[in-house]
Ligand binder design. Structure first.
Ligand code: FE2
Ligand code: FE2
Length: 168
């Protein structure tokens, strides 16, 4: 397939396959306000998932070496709840309808695997919110950007807590 100059396609809404490298490079997808609302509802479903997953993991994790992190997971769960409230408010403010979908929680009989599942979720959240912040900026939604930045800071703390617990 012939390579197209980016100038020729600029301005057209051609769907371009997106790779993880795009997120790393910090080149956010251009999108409309309606598309941003859809993305935020996807983020909201993943906040509900994180809330549910942390409640399950905090209760089901066993072994004295996990006592400290179990207490921390309960704190995380409450913070994911606060993120869901913030996102739902922002979606409503943008003129959307906040969703009630819950992405599927991941569970395991192995406590270490639970922590790895939680860390995966946090790293995914960090990548998504970095992109979402850039998209909010593009659409000049500065209040949303600020709300997302507050969430991102907490997700980064969550990832560090889990990395410490996993000795990484
Ligand atoms: Fe969160
Ligand atoms: Fe989190």
């Amino acid at each position: 397939m012939a390579k197209q100059s980016p100038r020729k396609t600029a301005g057209k809404a051609a769907a371009k396959p997106r790779t993880a490298a795009d997120i790393v490079r910090g080149t956010p997808r251009k999108l409309t306000r309606a598309q941003l609302i859809d993305e935020l509802n996807n983020d909201l479903a993943k906040e509900f998932q994180a809330l549910v997953q942390y409640v399950q993991h905090a209760a089901a994790m066993s072994g004295p070496q996990y006592d400290a992190i179990k207490a921390e997971l309960v704190v995380h769960s409450n913070e994911e709840h606060a993120h869901a409230i913030s996102l739902a408010d922002q979606i409503d403010f943008l003129g959307g309808v906040p969703g009630v979908d819950v992405a599927e929680a991941r569970i395991s009989p192995d406590s270490k695997v639970m922590l790895e599942q939680d860390l995966d979720g946090e790293l995914d959240a960090i990548a998504r919110y970095r992109e979402r912040i850039a998209q909010a900026e593009m659409l000049q939604e500065y209040g949303l950007r600020r709300a997302l930045e507050d969430i991102l800071i907490v997700e980064e703390e969550h990832a560090r807590d889990l990395q410490d617990a996993l000795d990484r």
